[in-house]
Ligand binder design. Structure first.
Ligand SMILES: O=C(O)CCC(=O)C(=O)O
Length: 252
């Protein structure tokens, strides 16, 4: 059940829990009713257009869609992350995770295995656009798994990403299902093991992952991102100047 606290400041107990478990939540950024027009805008404007990265249409739509920019910089998310990473925060990328009925399993993995950031500092907020349940393949996490770097090996052909954590390196009995209502989100570290099963239901499952770091981290424009990629300076100031930002895009 999502926290009902009416401010976005983390308690000391929540900070300690994040350090211990590498994850927090769920929290609510908005109600399911408030999410409805945003979901409609995403369906119309994001899922039917190419976006800024020609090879990854689900990536970095904060660059071209105002609704996505607003979700990515939402104070319920950013102010909580400020309690963990400090007052200056960069949303370095965003990624929709769309799983239509029948969509493949996403195997257990640690995101930092795949990412172009140095040093490896990131908190992800995964916000539900649709109602997300066990039935339509919610995110699964292993609390505490962020304290160890796990070797990754080649995933099998039926999986949605090309590498997966070594199955001998984690304890699946510790896995937790992260069911979320539309507008709810959880937070997790760049090293937290997470996955989602094949979507065997007849319901679509859409979420947005918002990747947050700090200004001293370098974001490399390698194959994962694209030339011209811009981040959001979501809070505070950037006195480092390593990365490139843009403001809120205007409506189409
Ligand atoms: O949405 C999913 O099932 C996987 C999400 C994920 O791997 C991520 O946000 O890093």
């Amino acid at each position: 059940m999502a926290s009902t606290a009416n401010n976005n400041q983390l308690t000391r107990a929540e900070v300690d829990s994040y350090v211990e478990n590498g994850c927090l939540g769920p929290y609510a950024a908005m109600t399911p009713a408030q999410m409805t027009p945003i979901r409609e805008a995403i369906d119309t404007n994001v899922l039917n257009s190419a976006g800024p990265n020609p090879r990854r249409p689900m990536q970095s739509r904060h660059m071209d869609q105002p609704e996505v920019y607003d979700l990515a910089s939402h104070p319920a998310i950013i102010d909580r992350i400020a309690g963990l990473l400090g007052p200056d925060l960069v949303v370095w990328t965003t990624n929709f995770w769309l799983k239509d009925p029948g969509a493949a399993e996403i195997p257990w993995h640690q995101d930092i295995n795949f990412w172009p950031i140095e040093p490896p500092v990131n908190i992800s907020a995964w916000i539900a656009i649709d109602a997300v349940t066990v039935e339509n393949s919610c995110l699964r996490i292993i609390p505490g798994s962020h304290r160890q770097s796990v070797p990754h090996t080649r995933a099998t052909e039926d999986m949605a990403i090309h590498e997966m954590a070594d199955p001998n390196a984690y304890d699946l009995s510790q896995a937790v299902n992260m069911e979320l209502k539309p507008g709810e989100f959880c937070l997790f570290s760049e090293r937290l093991l997470h996955a989602s099963s094949k979507n065997t239901s007849d319901k679509r499952r859409l979420g947005l992952a918002i990747r947050v770091t700090v200004p001293f981290v370098h974001i490399f424009q390698d194959t994962h991102l694209h030339p011209g990629h811009t981040a959001i300076l979501a809070k505070g100031v950037d006195v480092m100047g390593f990365n490139r930002y843009a403001g809120r895009p205007s409506s189409a």
